[in-house]
Design a protein around this ligand. Sequence first.
Ligand code: TEU
Ligand code: CA
Length: 538
Amino acid sequence: MGKDWWKKSVVYQIYPKSFMDSNGDGIGDLNGIIQKLPYIKKLGVDVIWLCPVYESPQIDNGYDISDYYQISELYGSMSDMENLIEESSALGIKIIMDLVVNHTSDQHRWFQEARKSKNSPYRDYYIWRDHPNELQSNFGGSAWTFDETTKQYYLHLFSKEQPDLNWENPKMRQEIWKMMNFWLDKGISGFRMDVIDLLGKVPDQMIKENGPHLHEYLQEMHQATFGTRNTMTVGETWGATVDNAHLFTDESRCELNMVFQFEHMQLDKQPGMHKWDLKELNLIDLKDVLSKWQDTFAEDGWNSLFWNNHDLPRIVSRWGDDKVYRKLSAKMLATLLHGMKGTPFIYQGEEIGMTNAYFDSIHDYPDIETQNMYKERISKGYPEKDIMASVQKKARDNARTPMQWEASKHAGFTQGEPWMKINPNYKEINVEKDLKDTESVFYHYQKLIRLRKENNLFIEGTYQLIDRDHPNVYAYKRVLGRQALLVVCNFYSKPALFEYQQKAPLEIQILLSNYKDSSKNINHLQLRPFEAVIYQLK
Ligand code: TEU
Ligand code: CA
């Protein structure tokens, strides 16, 4: 296997709590994932990114880890995890795990020891101050919580149950390297690294992201852990810009393979405001941002490609049309993304066009981020109907409703009572139905994945945006030698005209379309609602 296998891979993200419950307690688990491996294999992906399954009080669904070396009982046992690694590997599927090392749970032994006394050998694993400053937690409120026992404040950039680790402490870093090697030795193939750009924070200077020592830590990590192994690493970096992204990903720097940048995912909020403050997406902004990222990694570094994850609302509800044109628009969005240069990530349920939840009550959105925001905005006097409108559009729980496997009770997700309400549209939208329908969203994803394997243009072709100012159509080319792909997507339900104005190719072939009878007349293409076509030009 070459060192660049991750460039040719497609990744499937699993949020274990909501994927498949094997024992009827209403919570998805590792054996549930093992049961569904043939399904994942059928889709054609190469890698599973497994969200946290470690021991955790579940304040933030596992992003609050109390023991890095244990599997949470909710999800199974260490031997279930070993089975998952083995059975996936037998199918040619690699596993990457979530690495959550910006913070631990307040129930982690290190924090329990640290909070006992200022002289605790673990005190300096965390960040303590006599006085708080203005730093805010990403989940609302102050980032500092007073601890009675020792009368100091500790830092938490997320909930107060997620104290931040002190990365300036070399002993703490050693512990993390040891833990990473433990998992690599078990046979996992790399990590997705939670909020990795926060490690170098300097709270006294109000610096959260991209602190001065961040890249030293990542280089040290590379050297001490995965650097000598054939792995894949992707860092979650809300603070990445085209100017700093190369620091993470350029090969010679020996840090990470790629990052998740979120610029495109923030185009539908009011500038400078929070994601809850809604704004319509402007397609030209989207073209500019995605093209800028394609261009920045044209030579060195590599893009991740994604619309969805467990923190983001469902893309078909967000920028597609989940009412009249659900299937067509889900396929259009998939085509637009998977035609680009980079490694595509598919979030569970995206491959069947699962939608936002549209629950009416705030009680059906248990996520801590949403709950905190709701309370805060109610207390500030926002109208509840506006808050709920934002929740229905943007809440993280939109992605976390259980996977819809079948039309039967609880969508085939569990024999018991699901931990979270299931989207009532499961009778219409489910895996069973998609697998029976050759025109389904599932098979469209399957074809996109297959095309990427068959045709090197998808991996290596350079990216060129076409007709930037077209208000409704997103079109681009991928070029390699004398061959090219032309991807044309009508982003809206309104018919649109696209005219290819470059030199006419000798041969035009349709590789994939979301309509049966798309035209090859690329000089004058009348596109129907959400029509998306990939042409090969010779
Ligand atoms: O998310 C990082 C993060 O900053 C999110 O809280 C993000 O701002 C928010 O979801 C946007 O609405 C990562 C994990 O992906 C997330 O699930 C965790 O809650 C968070 O880190 C803390 O570990
Ligand atoms: Ca279970």
